[in-house]
Design a protein around this ligand. Sequence first.
Ligand SMILES: NC(=O)c1ccc[n+]([C@@H]2O[C@H](COP(=O)([O-])OP(=O)(O)OC[C@H]3O[C@@H](n4cnc5c(N)ncnc54)[C@H](O)[C@@H]3O)[C@@H](O)[C@H]2O)c1
Length: 366
Amino acid sequence: MNADVDQFAAPLGSEPEAEPPASTPERAALGVAVIGAGDMGSRHAQHWQASGARVVALVDPDLERATAAAARLGAQAYGDPSAVLADPDVNVISVCTPTYLHAGITVAALEAGKHVLCEKPASLTLRDAQAMHDAAERSGKELRIGFMRRFDPAYRPLMDYTTRAGRPLLAQATITAGVRPKRLMHDALVNGGPIIDMCCHVFNLWDVMFGGEPVAVSARGYTFSDDKPEVAGIAQRALDSALITLEYGGGSVGQIQVSWGLPAGIEPVERHTYVGPAGLVTVDWNKHLTLRDASGVTRWRSRGVDPWRAEIEQFTREITEGAPREVAGIAAGTAALRVSLAVLEAIATQRVVVPAEIADLEVNNR
Ligand SMILES: NC(=O)c1ccc[n+]([C@@H]2O[C@H](COP(=O)([O-])OP(=O)(O)OC[C@H]3O[C@@H](n4cnc5c(N)ncnc54)[C@H](O)[C@@H]3O)[C@@H](O)[C@H]2O)c1
């Protein structure tokens, strides 16, 4: 029998998203400052406001950018975070700066008594991730890392379908794009390149899917962008391409083929395949999922949604209502970074690396 079932996510995408819950006094009392008013910062600010919180300030050394983003929300603009850190009306800080700045701003915000939502990846070094963890422990404030894919409508169907494919799973992810338009995404010392910046999403996903970090990592790394003018002159250009093999307890194995080194303008692609004893799952992340098993073919299709919106809504619930934690914490951010560093170590040494044995490393990323 060959069932062919189409399942659709709840109304999403260009259609209006579900109405946010009516703002409660607790939500309206929540003052938020967003540090970094670029793509992520503007998005966070908009979603905080939609959750019923008050966006009090946007901070960016590019004051023109901060001012433009703040004006849309009736907020103040600042060139540095000192005023918002001292402001008792600010309860939450969203950290949306380049990655190398995450730890310093997060630690200062926690020490100033603010809750923090920090964009992924947590940091570029385990030392920084540890400092973020320790500051959260000392302050008693909430710290979350923005692995927003947990809130993508494709996330639950993916977890469900891969469970139905059985264990062990043979997982494969292909992630390709032209050289990124933001040069900082290729800078080993700023955002870390795709092995840190992009693959952290997959490492985090697979940590959850396989119940823990990989027990062994091997990899080969490349810079396909050597002759590309868009990234010329970056002093520490990160590896932009790699083939990575990750072995998990229980026998599952994952392989990632990643490149941000293709000619500029090539459309980004992310496809995953999961093969298990009971079936095969293919994912055009995050648009289509297909499970093929003995009962036939089951398809799921997303109409698109902004997962940051759902992530911020959930964090709002966690802070104001004590809702159970669903937004990733610093432990998940540290774990994903440890795998990234293990991959970089495996590339540098051409050896199999055990992530649990990775202490802090100077990022050897080029
Ligand atoms: N969750 C995701 O999938 C996802 C997607 C994109 C980016 N990110 C992460 O979000 C972060 C920001 O990325 P983006 O795409 O918004 O970058 P962006 O370049 O668009 O914005 C970063 C902003 O930070 C500002 N900035 C620089 N130094 C600052 C400082 N000291 N204080 C305050 N602001 C400062 C810059 O002027 C810029 O406006 C990065 O860590 C990135 O990895 C996550």
